[in-house]
Write a protein that binds this ligand. Structure first.
Ligand code: C2O
Ligand code: CU
Ligand code: CU
Length: 535
């Protein structure tokens, strides 16, 4: 059921609905006749302004968001637990649980060295299929954890592969057919940090200390009810939430010193796109982009804002140096045009997401309090990583994809994943590079398009909306965040985005991968296709 169907269903059950407020939202479905007594719609519930009072959860030795140096095989159990996430009642959530020297770790941050072997055994105790998808990693199909390789309830599966990605922030999450959105929303997701020489060098130059001046920030919005339950319903077009959590902390606050910080952000939300900026005293603070999904940029880029779509990562530096002690800096999402142009009337969030900010509405994420005095300041190097030579594409004519909606169904080139029975749509030669052109209909929504197993560079954006066009660096229309290697690119309605996909390293055999929208509701609805990479 998508947004439109949902509205119809909501209007049909209106008589027994406890949400009197749906009257206004569904008025277009059953317009009151002129003679009917006029309903005066009650005002929409206002969003509660909750102050930032909860100390940001940091990587630690045990518990939720624990930090593991992955040198040995690890066992993860997918299961349900109760966690103290909010003040008051504890919350049932789904997690990946590990045991380490008698201590429990939940959704641990896995830190691996580039070139070493990752060896993780998943045991499933969820009562339904699940997987671990290693988002952004160059792995073969068997280790990709896509929906074709489900791990059934009470079964085990071993993921074992050499980590040959560039150092960077990656992540892991479940990927079972139809249930990815539900499982991720209910808690399953973890960070995977690949470390290596390039990283070591940058940390040394900038005097960065992981967990001190280098912070992971996992941003997710969750729909939470008054009993602190995580609420999710299947079949919506995009699931947004009324609480923004950073590192599983609602309304997070963190004390910082007056120096340079490195923030490693992941948007782990189901569907919400953030337009990130830092505000101090109502003014935007500039920040420096140093990397994206697939590791460091060649040159740092000074920016004042950056869009971060679901599944994307950003590596940034922010300097609190010139701020007076006692000042507060808010990490916020600026208002933007959500461009939900698919023709469906927007869902009134009061129906399914009471208290949630609408997509595109301004939304504060967390707060930094400048509390501690100066630490030694460092100069940012002009070059961050060795020059990246782009591979040469094998295809002269780009491989074309059109993302569109027909009736109530999301399609790529006229096909829906579930309706096409998971067909393999095309083949690619391992080690090749190809130009792909992704065209999003005008009557559509923004789609964060993700390719499994491989990374790409954005070559060109055409037909971009103003909020993207105004960030363009040159005539190609690309924006600063497009300068990184990426595994997920946000394609706005009306946009045509050209990317150069690098299908290396070539892996033995024939491996099937997925290309899909990382709005998890769209993924579950089949805005996805399979392709095969042959040795
Ligand atoms: Cu992060 Cu196919 O997904
Ligand atoms: Cu992926
Ligand atoms: Cu989508």
């Amino acid at each position: 059921m998508n947004r439109r169907q949902f509205l119809t269903a909501a209007s049909m059950t209106l008589g027994v609905s406890t949400y009197a407020r749906t009257v206004e939202a569904t008025a277009h479905v059953h317009p009151p006749s002129a003679s009917a007594p006029r309903l005066i719609p009650p005002p929409l519930p206002t969003r509660e302004a909750r102050p930032f009072v909860h100390p940001l959860r940091m990587p630690s030795a045990t518990g939720l968001f624990a930090d593991v140096n992955l040198r040995e095989p690890l066992r993860l159990t997918a299961k349900s637990t109760r966690q103290q996430l909010f003040p008051g009642r504890s919350t049932d959530m789904l997690v990946y649980e590990a045991d380490s020297a008698g201590q429990k770790l939940w959704n641990p941050i896995l830190r691996v060295r580039q070139g070493t072997t990752l060896d993780v055994t998943l045991r499933n105790e969820l009562g339904e299929d699940t997987t671990i998808h290693w988002h952004g990693l160059h792995v073969d199909e068997r280790n990709d954890g896509g929906g074709m390789h489900p791990v059934h309830h009470m079964q085990q599966y071993v993921y074992r592969f050499k980590v040959n990605n560039r150092p960077g922030l990656y992540w892991y999450h479940p990927h079972p057919h139809d249930r990815t959105g539900a499982q991720v929303h209910q808690g399953m997701a973890g960070l995977l940090l690949v470390e290596g020489e390039e990283e070591d060098a940058l940390r040394k130059t900038l005097g960065l200390v992981w967990g001190e001046t280098e912070l992971p920030l996992l941003i997710q919005d969750k729909q939470v009810d008054t009993l602190n339950k995580l609420k999710y319903s299947m079949g919506e077009d995009d699931w947004i939430g009324n609480r923004v959590m950073v590192n599983w902390t609602p309304e997070a606050v963190h004390d910082v010193a007056t120096c340079l910080y490195r923030l490693r952000l992941l948007n782990g939300s189901n569907a919400r796109v953030y337009r990130l900026a830092f505000l101090a005293g109502g003014k935007r603070l500039p920040f420096t982009l140093i990397g994206g999904d697939g590791g460091l940029l060649h040159h740092p880029q000074q920016v004042r804002e950056a869009f971060l779509a679901p599944a994307q990562r950003l590596d940034i530096l922010i300097d609190f140096e010139k701020l007076p002690l006692g000042s507060a800096v808010t990490l916020t999402s600026l208002a933007y045009d959500p461009m939900e142009n698919d023709g469906a009337p927007p869902v009134d969030p009061a129906i399914e997401h009471p208290g949630a900010a609408l997509m595109g509405e301004a939304l504060d994420i967390m707060q930094f309090n400048v509390k501690r005095p100066i630490c030694a300041n460092r100069v940012l190097p002009k070059i961050l990583s060795s020059p990246i030579k782009l591979p040469v594409a094998k295809n002269r004519i780009p491989r074309r994809f059109r993302v569109h909606m027909k009736g109530l169904t999301w399609l790529i080139n006229g096909k829906n994943y579930h309706e096409s029975m998971h067909d393999i749509e095309f083949m690619v030669k391992g080690g090749d590079a190809e130009v792909w052109e992704i065209r999003n209909d005008i009557r559509s929504m923004p789609h964060p398009m993700h390719i499994h197993g491989f990374h790409f560079r954005v070559l060109e954006r055409r037909g971009s909306p103003r909020q993207i066009g105004q960030q363009a660096l040159n005539v190609s229309g690309i924006t600063p965040t497009d300068l990184a290697w990426q595994d997920t690119v946000l394609v706005w309605p009306g946009e045509v985005v050209k990317i150069l996909v690098d299908f290396s390293p070539a892996l033995p055999g024939k491996n099937i991968y997925m290309f899909h929208c990382h709005n998890l509701e769209h993924e579950d609805q089949g805005l996805m296709l399979n392709f095969r990479v042959d040795a």
